[in-house]
Ligand binder design. Structure first.
Ligand SMILES: NC(=O)c1ccc[n+]([C@@H]2O[C@H](COP(=O)([O-])OP(=O)(O)OC[C@H]3O[C@@H](n4cnc5c(N)ncnc54)[C@H](OP(=O)(O)O)[C@@H]3O)[C@@H](O)[C@H]2O)c1
Length: 264
């Protein structure tokens, strides 16, 4: 392997990244980071017009162009159609960021069987998309990188007192989902390592948006060694590490970016 500069290792010029949930709080920041690193970004949303709006707002480095595609990760046919649309628009896909999340605001006191099972289907969507990416890059004889977005709540339980009397606790099905995504990452990495497809998980700690209840946020701060919440751009370095050649020997890992939350 020839030696490269640090700048080139993180450079995504000539690569295409497909990202789900690109319209979301963290997703918009991820899209910008990928675009700023030189990638062509295909933004996926359940709504084509929303995906296109995000894509149109991204900076273009060099010859990179950005696209929007419709994709519902809870629907197998939509996953297949969305992946094909991404390949047709951009010519290829090299990097997949599985970031989208559809959930119910129901916790362990009131979640129904249907809502629980429906939330777990997010993992099915992450898997199906990852397999599309794997098959696509293998057919091209290219390398691929998959980044699953997990959560600190896939690794540790939540603090009941952080939510008590303010809002619903973090949903039990979310903990089951994210723990499963982190472990699926390891399994896929093992099977696809020799195919040149790296699979890693980026697990954010607490990154509440402005919509989160202020009192809950204050309580969460007391649970963090750094005493504060994260802001989206603090995930971007880790995202680029896992998505780019800078992470070429990293696979099967769960990288926690959590201000030390899980170190306690
Ligand atoms: N924010 C945090 O503190 C935090 C902490 C740990 C982990 N995370 C994880 O980080 C990721 C992003 O979180 P966020 O805070 O940015 O959430 P968010 O703002 O709610 O964004 C979620 C995105 O998921 C997309 N989505 C919803 N249902 C979908 C479906 N069926 N198929 C495909 N996409 C779907 C939505 O896009 P459309 O409506 O456009 O389809 C939306 O943009 C999630 O996986 C979340 O679990 C977040």
């Amino acid at each position: 392997m020839s030696e490269s500069t640090v700048q080139l290792l993180f450079n995504l010029s000539g690569r295409v990244a497909l990202i789900t949930g690109g319209s979301g709080y963290l997703g918009q920041s991820f899209c910008r980071a990928l675009a700023e690193a030189g990638a062509t970004v295909v933004v996926a949303s359940r709504l084509q017009s929303r995906a296109q709006r995000v894509a149109d707002g991204l900076p273009c480095v060099g010859t990179a162009k950005h696209f929007g595609v419709e994709l519902d990760q809870l629907d197998e046919a939509s996953v297949a159609a969305g992946f094909t649309a991404a390949v047709n628009a951009a010519g290829a896909v090299d990097i997949l960021i599985n970031n989208g999340q559809q959930g119910h605001a129901l916790d362990l006191t009131n979640v129904t069987a249907d809502a629980f099972s429906s939330d777990l289907k997010n993992a099915t969507g992450y898997f199906l998309l990852a397999r599309h990416l794997r098959d696509h890059v293998v057919a091209r004889g290219a390398a691929g990188a998959v980044v699953m977005v997990g959560s600190m709540y896939g690794v540790v339980g939540s603090y009941p007192d952080a939510y008590d009397g303010v809002c619903m606790a973090s949903p039990v099905q979310y903990h089951a989902l994210k723990g499963g995504i982190i472990h699926m990452t390891r399994h896929l990495a093992v099977y696809w390592g020799k195919d040149g497809v790296r699979v890693n998980c980026l697990s954010p700690g607490p990154f509440p948006s402005d919509k989160a209840p202020a009192e809950m946020v204050e309580r969460l701060k007391t649970k963090s060694p750094m005493g504060r919440m994260g802001v989206p751009q603090e995930l971007n370095g880790a995202l680029l590490l896992l998505a780019s050649d800078a992470g070429s020997y990293i696979t099967g890992q769960n990288l926690l970016v959590d201000g030390g939350w899980t170190a306690w």
